[in-house]
Ligand binder design. Structure first.
Ligand code: EPZ
Length: 420
């Protein structure tokens, strides 16, 4: 297992290009099941999660090939409708194949994802949505067995705004007989991008970008090429890293609109920010001001930057409160940050940070993707050496993270280790 070794105290300066969106690609690739053919997804991030999704698609009988950031997928020979436990457990987004398999083949056997490092990750909304479309859903031996002769349009309200359940429902409804009305649908940019991809394929969806989606089922769809939207979470991670180190960076190939709430918060904490087209420039001269952070569904502050914001507030002299309303247990990074000398108190679903304390490097254990990003960020401002172990978590969602940080002047290197 690899580790990252970071020497703290370096200011981040320079320019980097942001990769395509992991969560955008993970939603679009399963949609390619809906129409047999050959697809080309440009700006695909070359990440562990994309390799896992490709492995899953290949296990269904598709053919996936990723050349740098160009993904080619052939879905003409899909002949297996099972998403196995070992893949779904490794990556929850594997559950996205349920809707498209049901829509195209009328059956699917998908392992329940179980929990993740920070707690339960239910899929009840996905299953209720499929049942509302007329699917028969049985759960046995940890698997969802779904069958439907022909999905029928329906009305469905998402009691909780869910990215994945909205994606699965959209991919099933586009080939259902009749119309489907979705309310309280997710408007995360990655779901809006999925809806636009489906429309390019010939689907009929009104209300894209709003929480009310109207789908008119069609008989068939056509394969099309697409370009993945930029990864707003990677972008936010690097902006926060630059702010923590009193740096000055420019990030390219981003969609600033997708980061509006985060940019506002960064300015509130004292950053200078300039947005020009698909570039964001950030400069920070002083310690950040302590600023609270409360997660919510888009366009509110993303839960996927919650851990990174906790790390950021370690540099702010004063008290800040970071609350996660999406995942109340998503705080595995706190005990590891405390090993650096961070003064953080966990109260229910909030981390109360007393920032400005001296941080000294230590060995830290990653447990999830965004939590491990927070450990790297904290290492950038800790005195001496910080080892971040088990960085396969990081490799799931950040493309060449050590190279990008090195380009910005960080002292960081990847070490292969036989240890934990
Ligand atoms: C997506 O996960 C993202 N993953 C997550 O990013 C992100 O944290 C999350 O959305 C929230 O923004 C991908 O896009 C692959 P949800 P998803 O369904 O779809 C509850 C990362 O770091 N819920 O929107 O699984 C759920 O427990 C990853 O890139 C139900 O109760 O999230 C949560 O509290 C981590 N029942 C809330 O809804 C359901 O059936 C939002 O979850 C489904 C969800």
């Amino acid at each position: 297992m690899d580790k990252l070794v970071i020497e703290g105290g370096k200011r981040l300066t320079g320019t980097i290009k942001i990769s395509g969106s992991k969560n955008g690609a993970l939603a679009i690739i399963p949609a390619m099941i809906l129409a047999p053919g050959i697809y080309h997804l440009s700006n695909t991030p070359n990440l562990r999660d994309i390799w896992t999704m490709s492995q899953l698609m290949n296990s269904l009988g598709a053919f996936c090939e990723l050349n740098e950031n160009e993904l080619f997928v052939d879905t003409r020979s899909i002949n297996n409708y099972e998403a196995p436990y070992e893949l779904v457990k490794k990556m929850r987004a594997s559950f996205y194949v349920l809707g498209p398999l049901l829509a195209r083949f009328g059956e699917a056997k998908v392992s329940l994802p179980g929990g993740c490092a920070w707690g339960p990750r239910p899929v009840d909304l996905h299953l209720k949505a499929m049942e509302r479309l007329g699917a028969d859903i049985q759960i046995e031996h940890g698997f969802v067995f779904a069958k439907a002769d022909k999905l029928k349009g329906t009305k469905f309200n998402f009691d909780i705004s869910s990215v994945g359940a909205t994606g699965n429902m959209l991919m099933a409804a586009v080939l259902a007989k009749g119309n489907t009305l979705l309310t309280n649908a997710s408007i995360e940019p990655e779901i809006t991008a999925l809806a636009r991809f489906l429309v390019k394929m010939g689907a009929k969806i009104d209300g894209i970008g709003t929480t009310v989606l109207e789908v008119e089922g069609v008989d068939s769809l056509t394969p099309v090429d697409e370009t993945s939207v930029p990864d707003r979470i990677e972008a936010g991670t690097f902006l926060i890293a630059a702010a923590m180190t009193k740096g000055e960076i420019e990030i390219l190939d981003v969609n600033p609109y997708h980061l509006s709430s985060v940019l506002t918060k960064l300015e509130e904490s004292g950053c200078e920010i300039d947005v020009t087209g698909n570039k964001i420039w950030l400069k920070m001269d002083d310690d950040p001001k302590p600023v609270d952070y409360i997660t919510g569904v888009y366009p509110a502050l993303p839960t996927d930057l919650q851990a990174q914001w906790v790390a950021y507030m370690l540099a702010a002299k004063g008290t800040s409160k970071i609350t996660d309303l999406i995942y109340p247990d998503r705080f595995k990074h706190i005990p590891e940050l405390q090993r650096l000398g961070a003064d953080i108190q966990l109260i229910d679903n909030s981390a109360v940070v007393q920032g400005g304390k001296k941080l000294t490097g230590a060995s830290l254990m990653s447990s999830d993707l965004r939590g491990s990003a927070a450990l790297v960020l904290a290492g950038l401002i800790s005195e001496g050496k910080t080892d971040v172990l088990r960085i396969y978590h990081l490799d799931r969602g950040y493309e060449q993270i050590e190279n990008k940080f090195s380009c910005l002047g960080a002292s960081i290197k990847r070490i292969k280790t036989e240890l934990v």
